[in-house]
Design a protein around this ligand. Structure first.
Ligand SMILES: [Zn+2]
Length: 640
C-alpha cells in the first residue's frame, strides 16, 4: 500500500494500533474476510485495519444523481422495473422512500451542492442557479459556477463563442469558464482527496456545469459537462489545461452521432442540450462517458477509494416541458431502469472484484410540481403568476412611495423565484437603505400579488333598476362551477430576516434558516401558495418551493456495508455525504449537518468485500488509449 509510505500516516497508524488490537478481541471484530479460526489467529497476530478508503474499500464510490427525480417515482412505477437497474437499490440495497430536503430553495445548483457537501445553503452558500451580483455584472444575473477568471476547454471550434451571434469569424477563442468559486463548504470528494493525500481520485459528470462541479467539489481532479451546442464534453481551466486524450477521443468518436440518431435529432444538431438532452438517449450518452472516464482515469484500480459523481440531466430537461404525470416522463424512467442495468453490469465486469467492490448512492437534486393545469383540474389552487406584471405593479407602488411621478426600475429583471432581487443602486440613489427597501417591498407585495388576479366578469344587467335612484350593487351570486385559481402569497421574508431571524421554533423555522445566503444582494424570498409558480408554456412546470413535491427525492444505497431493506423513517439528502464520509473513515465535509444512517448498516463482522483477481486487464474503450492521466496526475494549471 503506497499510501502507508507517508510519514504522517505511519505516525497515525502507530497511534491507532492499540485501538485496533482492542477491536480484534471484541465481539464484533472488524475482519472483512470469512471468520475462520485460521483467520482469527492470524488477525490476533497482525490485526487487519477496518475497511475504509485507505485500503480501497470500496474500490469505487459513485454518487448517482437524477436531476428532477421526485421521491414518489420509484414507488409509482415500480411494477415497470426489470433486471438490476432501480431494483439494485429497491431489492438489493438500503432504500429510504421518505427523503426530503430541509430547505426552501429547491433548485438544481443548491441541490447538487447539498448532496456533495452534506450541508444546506446556509452552510455551502449556493442559493440558486443564478443570482444578481451587480459588482460582477450589472447587465444580467451570474450563474452559480460561471467564472470569468477561467476559460472553457475542449469545445469544438464550431461552438466558439456559442453565445455571441455573428462573432464567429474573429471572436475570442474561448468561452467563459466555470469553477466552484461560490461553494463555501468542502464535499465528501474534497475530504477524500485530503484524507488520502491526493491518491483518491474524484471526478464529476453532468450535462450541466453546476451539477458536475458542485457535487464533485473544489479539490476534484476534474469535472466534465457539455457544450450545449455540440454536445462535446468540456471542462474549465480551473481543473485542467486541456481535455485528457480519452475525453477527446470520446468527443470525436461516434458517441455524438449515435446519441443524435437515437434521439431522432438531425445530425450535427447545434442544439444538442435542448434536442438530445430531453430524450432517454442523453442518459445513455452520459453513462457511456462515465464508462470512458472510469477506464481513462483508471478509477477503482488504485490502492485507495476513488469517487465519481454522475448527475443525469435528461429527466429535468424533459420534466420541465411535460411534468411528472406524463407518459413521456414515465417512459424515460423505464428506459433509465434498463440503462442503469447496463451500466451496473459494466461496472461488475470492469471494477476489480466486481460490483461488490463498488458503492452506489442514488438521489436527486429536487422533485417537481405537477403541471398547474393538471393540479387545477383536481381543484388545487394552482394559479400561474405573471412575474412581469408583478414587477410592474411593485415598481409602480415603490415609485408612488419614494419617487412620485418617476418610473425608476427598483426591481431587477430576470428573476429566479423564490428570490426577488432589488436594484440596490436605485434605492441608494433615493437615499433608502437595505432595511427600508426590503421592508417597503415586503409591505407592498400582497397588494401587488392581489393585482395579478384576473378581473371578475361583469355582473349581468339588472332588470329591476328604475327611477332616478342608483341601484345597489347586486349581491354576488354563488358559482355553479369551481372558480379559476388565483395567485396567493403564502409568506415573504427579507434578506435581513432570513439572515438574522428570529425564526419560529418549528420545523418551518429550521427550513428557513437552512435557506439563507448573502448571494443576490438585496432581496426578498417570495413563497407563493402551494402548486403556484411563474407563468410558463402550456404543459410546463418547475421546482423552487419549500413544498413536499419539490423537496421529496429518493435516497438509496448499494454496497457491502448496507443492509438490504426499505427504511421508512424520514431522512434527508445531507445524510448521504455524512454516511459515505463515516464509512470511508474520513472527515465529514466542512459544513456537514447530515446524520449517519446507522439503521441501514450491517454489523461490521458481516461486511464482506470480494477479493479482486490479480491484475485485471484494462480494456480499451472507444478506441482510446488507456491510462492517460492528464487531469488526474498533472498539477492543476491555474488553480487559485
Ligand atoms: Zn435540477
Amino acid at each position: 500500500m503506497k499510501f502507508l509510505r507517508s510519514p504522517s500516516v505511519l505516525l497515525a497508524c502507530l497511534l491507532i494500533v492499540p485501538v485496533a488490537f482492542a477491536r480484534s478481541h471484541s465481539d464484533s471484530p472488524a475482519d472483512i474476510r470469512s471468520d475462520t479460526a485460521a483467520h482469527r489467529s492470524a488477525k490476533e497476530a497482525e490485526p487487519l485495519p477496518p475497511p475504509s478508503a485507505y485500503n480501497d474499500h470500496p474500490k469505487l464510490a459513485i454518487i448517482l444523481v437524477i436531476d428532477q427525480f421526485r421521491g414518489d417515482y420509484l414507488d409509482r412505477w415500480r411494477a415497470d422495473f426489470k433486471n438490476r437497474g432501480f431494483d439494485l437499490f429497491l431489492d438489493h440495497g438500503a432504500y429510504f422512500p421518505d427523503c426530503y430536503y430541509d430547505y426552501a430553495n429547491t433548485k438544481t445548483a443548491p441541490g447538487h451542492a447539498t448532496i456533495g457537501t452534506g450541508a444546506y445553503t446556509d452552510g455551502h452558500g449556493i442559493s440558486a442557479n443564478s443570482w444578481w451580483d451587480l459588482a460582477r455584472n450589472p447587465n444580467r444575473p451570474v450563474s452559480s459556477v460561471e467564472d470569468e477568471r477561467y476559460r472553457m476547454v475542449g469545445e469544438p471550434d464550431s461552438s466558439i463563442p456559442g453565445d455571441q451571434p455573428g462573432a464567429a469569424a474573429n471572436a475570442p477563442k474561448f468561452l467563459v469558464g466555470s469553477s466552484p468559486r461560490n461553494l463555501l463548504a468542502s464535499t465528501v470528494g474534497d475530504e477524500l482527496r485530503l484524507a488520502t493525500e491526493g491518491q483518491g481520485k474524484v471526478f464529476g459528470i453532468s450535462l450541466k456545469d453546476r451539477a458536475a462541479i458542485l457535487t464533485a467539489g473544489a479539490a476534484a481532479n476534474g469535472a466534465f459537462w457539455i457544450d450545449p451546442a455540440s454536445g462535446y464534453f468540456v471542462s474549465s481551466t480551473y481543473y485542467m489545461r486541456e481535455l485528457p486524450d480519452w475525453a477527446i477521443a470520446f468527443n470525436t468518436g461516434g458517441a455524438i452521432p449515435l446519441a443524435e440518431q437515437e434521439a431522432n435529432a438531425p445530425p450535427n444538431t447545434k442544439e444538442f442540450y435542448e434536442v438530445v438532452g430531453r430524450t432517454p438517449a442523453a442518459n445513455e450518452y452520459e453513462l457511456n462517458f462515465a464508462e470512458a472516464l472510469i477506464q481513462g482515469e483508471q478509477l477503482g484500480q488504485g490502492d485507495v477509494t476513488d469517487l465519481l459523481t454522475i448527475s443525469l440531466s435528461a429527466n429535468d430537461i424533459l420534466g420541465h416541458q411535460v411534468g411528472p404525470d406524463s407518459t413521456d416522463e414515465r417512459e424515460m424512467v423505464d428506459t433509465l431502469d434498463t440503462q442503469l442495468d447496463t451500466f451496473f453490469t459494466w461496472l461488475d465486469k470492469n471494477i476489480p472484484g466486481g460490483l461488490g467492490n463498488v458503492w452506489i448512492a442514488l438521489t436527486a437534486d429536487h422533485g417537481v410540481a405537477p403541471v398547474p393545469a393538471t393540479a387545477a383540474q383536481y381543484g388545487l389552487n394552482a394559479a400561474p403568476w405573471d412575474l412581469d406584471k408583478l414587477i410592474d405593479a411593485l415598481d409602480y407602488a415603490i415609485n408612488m412611495k419614494f419617487s412620485p411621478g418617476e418610473k425608476i426600475e427598483y426591481i431587477l429583471p430576470h428573476q429566479e423565484l423564490p428570490y426577488l432581487s432589488l436594484n440596490a443602486a436605485e434605492f441608494m440613489k433615493a437615499g433608502i437603505n437595505e432595511q427600508e427597501a426590503e421592508a417597503a417591498v415586503q409591505q407592498l407585495l400582497p397588494a401587488a400579488v392581489a393585482s395579478l388576479t384576473p378581473a371578475a366578469p361583469e355582473p349581468p344587467p339588472s332588470d329591476t333598476t328604475s327611477g332616478t335612484q342608483a341601484a345597489a350593487p347586486p349581491a354576488p351570486q354563488p358559482s355553479d362551477t369551481r372558480l379559476p385559481p388565483h395567485p396567493v402569497l403564502f409568506r415573504s421574508y427579507t434578506r435581513e430576516q432570513l439572515a438574522d431571524g428570529p425564526y419560529p421554533p418549528t420545523p418551518w423555522g429550521e427550513l428557513l434558516a437552512h435557506s439563507y445566503s448573502p448571494n443576490g444582494g438585496w432581496y426578498l424570498m417570495v413563497i407563493p401558495a402551494a402548486f403556484q409558480m411563474e407563468a410558463m408554456g402550456p404543459g410546463h412546470t418547475t421546482h423552487f418551493t419549500p413544498y413536499s413535491y419539490d423537496r421529496h427525492v429518493p435516497l438509496g444505497f448499494y454496497g457491502a456495508p448496507f443492509a438490504a431493506g426499505i427504511y421508512r423513517q424520514r431522512v434527508q439528502p445531507v445524510d448521504l455525504a455524512a454516511t459515505f464520509a463515516a464509512l470511508l473513515g474520513i472527515n465529514q465535509p466542512s459544513a456537514s449537518v447530515g446524520q449517519i444512517l446507522t439503521e441501514a448498516l450491517k454489523p461490521e463482522s458481516e461486511v464482506i468485500y470480494p477479493k479482486p483477481k490479480p491484475a485485471p486487464p484494462v480494456r480499451t474503450h472507444h478506441a482510446t488509449k488507456p491510462a492517460v492521466h492528464h487531469a488526474a496526475t498533472t498539477p492543476k494549471a491555474a488553480h487559485p
